[in-house]
Design a protein around this ligand. Structure first.
Ligand code: ADP
Length: 401
């Protein structure tokens, strides 16, 4: 089965085509179309047979998918003989009201996503718009939404609940949903392969544009730092992270701004950016090294929050077999890793400075005698979505957990 996994932005469409019929599950083609809606979109297409970059008008996401299908059957660089070989488009969907797992996209699914547009403002609106357009334009092509929240439904109820009136949790869906499920699920699979066993206690640290820690026991999530929305937990590059809602009356009163304006600041201009004005950790690290005090504070706040959740999950799991770093920061920042794991010898956690500093992308970075192994592992969220899409289609059902 061949599955196209799509990654949508409001004006971008990136994809990978997986051949899951081949045991090696190769990516047959990948591509990206950005500046959708402008007269000159950049269209990039890569296969083993060649790659191209062109500029053309792409009106909407439907156009983008049509261009992608045309390129896939291109006689020179293409990899398919007919577009119908694409069995489905899989989406790493973020959030929907009282709905999780993996779903064939229909109107009810779209409405459940729309109901949480304001909970995931950066993600849900562009996905709903694009999915609606694609359903109309390609009615016979199944669209599969694999929700980021699905992996976390094994978290014990006591850890999913906020201490709020019961009805808010049960009817309105206000609970710790957890996100980054595709990434943490991949890490749980991969670390089991690397260590050769499945009965593992793992703390997966996805540190990137948005960041989260997840505690995993025997392959199942038992805790995630992200809560009701992707704005919670650790500070993110420009989103707030954990925050006390009783700050809101003060902010509303003192700034004279509306609730929408305050929420927009918390979701767009807070996190690392809010503290120091820079949101890319490479820039924050460089500024801190050059003596910028607010950049140093931003790094310290980030690391303090990672250590806060790391401590909680070491206790939750009763120790750990492995701590895994992934995501743009987790994979690349030896500084954040070494600050996060400084002075944890008592917990059996010791980095090897040379291994931490450099090496292949996927590697052990803990010292030889460290009781807890520490790894960097590039995540592969698209493969998770492709496999989940295939599993749903093969089941013949419209939804699965
Ligand atoms: P997203 O979460 O948006 O998918 P990534 O996981 O690719 O993004 O992470 C992107 C972030 O990774 C960048 O914003 C930057 O902060 C960080 N990053 C990338 N490379 C490095 C590096 N070499 N050192 C430190 N941080 C890095």
């Amino acid at each position: 089965m061949k599955v196209l996994v799509a990654n949508l932005g409001s004006t971008s469409f990136k994809y990978r085509l997986f051949d899951l019929g081949d045991p090696a599950e190769p990516v047959l083609a990948r591509g990206a179309i950005d500046r959708i809606g402008s007269p000159a979109s950049r269209v990039v297409f890569k296969t083993d047979r060649g790659e191209s970059e062109t500029s053309r008008e792409v009106a909407d996401h439907g156009d983008a998918v049509q261009i992608c299908l045309d390129q896939l059957v291109d006689p020179e660089a293409g990899v398919l003989s007919d577009p119908s070989e694409v069995s489905a488009i899989g989406f790493k969907a973020v959030h929907a009201r009282n709905l999780t797992g993996v779903h064939l996209v229909d109107e009810a699914v779209l409405q459940a996503m729309e109901a949480f547009n304001d909970v995931a403002p950066a993600h849900n609106p562009p996905y709903v718009k694009a999915m609606r357009g694609l359903r109309e334009r390609f009615p016979s092509l199944p669209l599969v939404a694999a929700y980021e929240t699905g992996f976390h439904r094994t978290i014990p109820e006591a850890s999913q609940r906020y201490a709020i009136p019961d009805e808010w949790a049960t009817r309105l869906g206000v609970r710790r949903w957890g996100f980054h499920g595709a990434s943490h699920r991949y890490i749980s699979w991969r670390i089991a392969e690397l260590l050769g066993r499945k009965d593992l206690k793992v703390i997966s640290c996805h540190l990137g544009g948005s960041s989260s820690l997840t505690a995993i026991r025997d392959g199942a999530s038992v805790g995630c730092s992200l809560g009701m929305s992707p704005q919670s937990g650790l500070p993110h590059n420009n989103r707030v992270g954990d925050f006390d809602v009783f700050s809101l009356p003060v902010l509303l009163r003192e700034t004279g701004q509306s609730l929408e304006q305050i929420l927009d600041t918390l979701a767009e201009r807070s996190g690392l950016q809010g503290i120091c004005g820079k949101n890319d950790v490479r820039d924050v690290e460089a500024a801190a090294t050059a003596g910028d005090v607010s950049a140093q504070l931003a790094l310290d706040v980030f690391v303090a929050s990672i250590r806060h959740y790391l401590g909680a999950y070491l206790l939750e799991l009763g120790g750990a077999d492995a701590i895994v770093f992934t995501g743009g920061i987790g994979e690349n920042s030896s500084l954040i890793r070494s600050k996060t794991l400084a002075d944890l010898g008592w917990f059996g956690i010791e980095l090897d400075p040379a291994l931490n500093a450099a090496g292949p992308a996927e590697r052990r970075i803990s010292a030889e005698g460290s009781r807890v192994q520490v790894w960097t592992v590039p995540t592969n969220e698209e493969l998770v979505v492709a496999r989940q899409s295939q599993e749903l289609l093969k089941s013949g059902r419209s939804a699965m957990a």
